[in-house]
Design a protein around this ligand. Structure first.
Ligand code: AMP
Length: 243
């Protein structure tokens, strides 16, 4: 259990936070807990893309076929979308990236963006990277059981964290939905894509001393406590210097 005091929003600056982890590793859930504590927004490239698909935008139409197959959307499309989102004022104190970067080219692009656009050379803020690892069967169970509320975004799992009334959100009574790409054949493609890029990406950040590994197999509240602890330490070190 996380003490109530620890759940109060923190005024410390953590700067940009990157969450790495396979689909189903709990990035979305942990991003929400981090957002609540540090007062910085969750920026999920998957959510942004799904929103574009729903609205039928040009980007959405271009991205949909890749997403339906569980493949990565081409970098150029994702870059334009993310550059615009990170330019919003709510990202000035920092942000939580969930689902980005997915490969080394994206990681390098992000470093350059942070240097050029957000901070001057003198006070550029290197992101801290939390990598959540969860064993394969755990991922499958989480993905096939995942349901979310289209109204408030709350995430449930029919096996491990069901709503009080089956199929209905506890908070607002909306009918829960399953993501289109949480079907078994698409899931295996998404996990394969993640596996291929995971090691090089983690090595990229480990070489720069920014990677913190978090055991995502543990109960959700414990994972949150580990993540918060790592971010508090990072903030205490004075590294995330916002100008
Ligand atoms: P997610 O919600 O993070 O699991 O992402 C869902 C889908 O959106 C992925 O399977 C990809 O098709 C696409 N997507 C999300 N983030 C990225 C990214 N950083 N690069 C390329 N495609 C992405």
């Amino acid at each position: 259990m996380i003490p109530a005091e620890a759940q109060q929003p923190k005024t410390v600056n953590v700067g940009p936070v990157i969450l790495l982890g396979a689909p189903g590793a709990g990035k979305g859930t942990q991003a929400k807990a981090i957002a609540a504590r540090y007062g910085i927004p969750q920026v999920s490239t998957g959510d942004l893309l799904r929103d574009n698909v729903l609205r039928g935008s040009e980007l959405g139409r271009a991205a949909q076929a890749y997403m339906d197959r569980g493949e990565l959307v081409p970098d150029a499309l994702v870059f334009d979308m993310l550059r615009a989102r990170l330019g919003n004022v709510d990202c000035n104190r920092g942000f939580i990236l969930d689902g980005f970067p997915r490969n080394q080219a994206q990681a390098e692009w992000l470093d350059k963006l942070l240097r050029d656009r957000f901070f001057s050379e003198a006070c550029w803020v290197a992101p801290i990277v939390l990598s959540f690892t969860v064993e394969y069967n755990g991922l499958l169970q989480r993905l096939t059981g995942r349901r979310s509320c289209p109204a408030c975004g709350r995430i449930y799992n029919i096996h491990t964290q069901p709503p009080k009334v089956a199929g209905v959100c506890d908070v607002d009574g909306a009918k829960l939905v399953m993501r289109q790409d949480d079907t078994e054949d698409v899931i295996s493609e998404r996990l394969k894509v993640y596996e291929e890029m995971s090691l090089p990406l983690r090595q990229y950040y480990a070489r720069q001393g920014r990677l913190v590994e978090v055991d995502g197999n543990r109960p959700q509240a414990e994972v949150t406590a580990l993540a918060w602890h790592a971010l508090d330490e990072h903030a205490r070190s004075g590294e995330p210097h916002i100008c």
